[in-house]
Design a binder for this molecule. Sequence first.
Ligand SMILES: [Zn+2]
Ligand SMILES: [Zn+2]
Length: 336
Amino acid sequence: MKAVLKTGLGIGVEVLDVPYPKLTSTSVIMKTIACGICGADLEVYQGRLSKLAKLPMIMGHEVSGEIVEAGDGVTDFTAGDRVVIQPFTGMCGKCYYCKTGQAWSCPSRRMIGGMAEYVSVPNENLYLIPENMKPEEAPLCEPFAVALHALHAASFNILETAVVLGPGPVGLMTLMALRAAGAGLVVVTGTGKDVSPRLELATKIGADATVNIEEANAVNVVKTLTKGLGVDVVFDTTGSQKAGPQGMQMLKTKGRMIVIGHYPEDMALADPSYKGYSITGNVSYDWDTWERLMPYLERRHVDFEQFITHRLPLDEADKGFQLATSRKSVKVVLLP
Ligand SMILES: [Zn+2]
Ligand SMILES: [Zn+2]
């Protein structure tokens, strides 16, 4: 079967023929319907490998599909079910984190590779796609879970004010979550490349203001909009060396900064002592996020389709990664 792989350091991915995945008694084989390209995938594409990456690896973790085979021990799902996955797996059960109820920090955890025609998925990682959602848009549940977890990490309260740095899919979904959470003011920032379609979409989704940081001083804009105070929470989705320190200048005294994007490892952060603000890293999500999110999506239609700007076959994965890098897209999905 075909799969999109990262085989070595350097830029790029390859579409290769790999063995059909193995079925176990507690897993299913899923025929992939759609797999999104995520910012984390872009880092791998560009050769910035995380500690979790072991080469060669199948790319992609935002994935939906239809079950074609289910192991003997799988009781909740059967062939024909259309599912979306929570992609983290491989928690060891033996380390300090696993033993103390923090399996989400287990160093053995890894992500299921979804850019393949078929994927083996453990039973516990499966969620049925809600009836009101197209299987093609279901991969967007994953970045939405990241956004919701970020609001949790911020203990975000109704009518608080916020800035979202970076209008990529996670930034836009954070904006959507902030609107649902009753935010008082939301400002979204981006670069010149982000103006169309990303900042335009931010306005459509409900940003009170958007800032192209190449044309205006974003700190000044935020200060003006908040009568000099700054905002309660900044969500940094950029992973940029410049954006982080700027974001801190947008905070009120005792404001909270939630870091979602991955900063370079050697980046120095500003001293928070003089304003008493806090910086919290947001590590993806946890089971709690997914267990709350999926029933919610059954009851409420959330428009994920508006984020999908490009649909490509698996063979054109490289083109998809280039589109995502160029920011001419919002979300690129691969359809095997
Ligand atoms: Zn993702
Ligand atoms: Zn462990």
